[in-house]
Design a protein around this ligand. Sequence first.
Ligand code: ASP
Length: 323
Amino acid sequence: MQNESSIVVVLGTGGTIAGAASEVTDNVGYVAAQRGVAQLLAAVPALAGAPIEAEQIAQLDSKDMTHAVWHTLALRCAHHLARPEVAGIVITHGTDTLEETAWFLQRTLAPARPIVLAAAMRPATALQADGPQNLLDAVTVARTPGARGVTALLAGRLHAAADVRKVHPYRLDAFASGDAGPLGVVEEGVLRRFREWPCEPSLVGAAQLPADAGAWPAVEIVTSHAGASGAIVAALCAAGTRGIVVAATGNGSVHERLERALAAAQDAGVSVWRSTRCLDGRIIDSGDTAFPSAGALTPTKARIELMLRLMAAPSAAQAARSS
Ligand code: ASP
């Protein structure tokens, strides 16, 4: 029997961290999601004999992440978080949609114990494989007393779910937290924390998520850009889309043609939110805009937020996200 809250559960979902190439020098021509979570743990000698449980939830390239996998992941996290002997959870994940999964789990679970996503920019076969160190550091965070909320650990830096975003397609240190900066750093097996743990509340609990992920409200992202026609909006409405997040230019401005199309969609009952295409910062409301602002959320996180709002209170989803 383990001491209370001593076990770390590692949930595998695939990604480059579990990827393999035929040459050790090949950092881009690999296939993601080739190694099981038990193999990933076996590559970290420092974790041998540690109180760790491993479970394979999925085995995919995270560019292909689905709501169905998110549903399973949320339910398994909720299950393990309810066990008093579990200190925290680590999820091995691809980098491409890691920030989306992080925000989805924060807004469904709002965990009082840590869930740490660990990923890698190099496959497990690479000369410079970064997965084993990232996994070890993520376990360090999951074991840290007082840790809570959903975070992501890459290249020694810990990022909060609300802030983390992938900012580079190749380099090892590919993630940033925008204006907020990282939540902390892991140095030689010790977390040095700069600010508070994520504490955004749950919008829809894991148990309340509709069992059929295909029935989750359809929310899509459209981008405002030079020459925008807005034609895509009509196509989305015809396909039954319930919500649209516009990735707007600058401080939330939208091309006039796209704006007209979105206004028509809104009049027809589709929830329309604005977010910004800018890499950092947030929309500062001027008070005279047609579509509610998604605050500091990136377009991809705003899409998740709107989807969960539509599940929680369909008629209230028109309201702006205030924080
Ligand atoms: N395409 C991969 C994935 O997201 C990229 C990675 O993990 O770095 O699964």
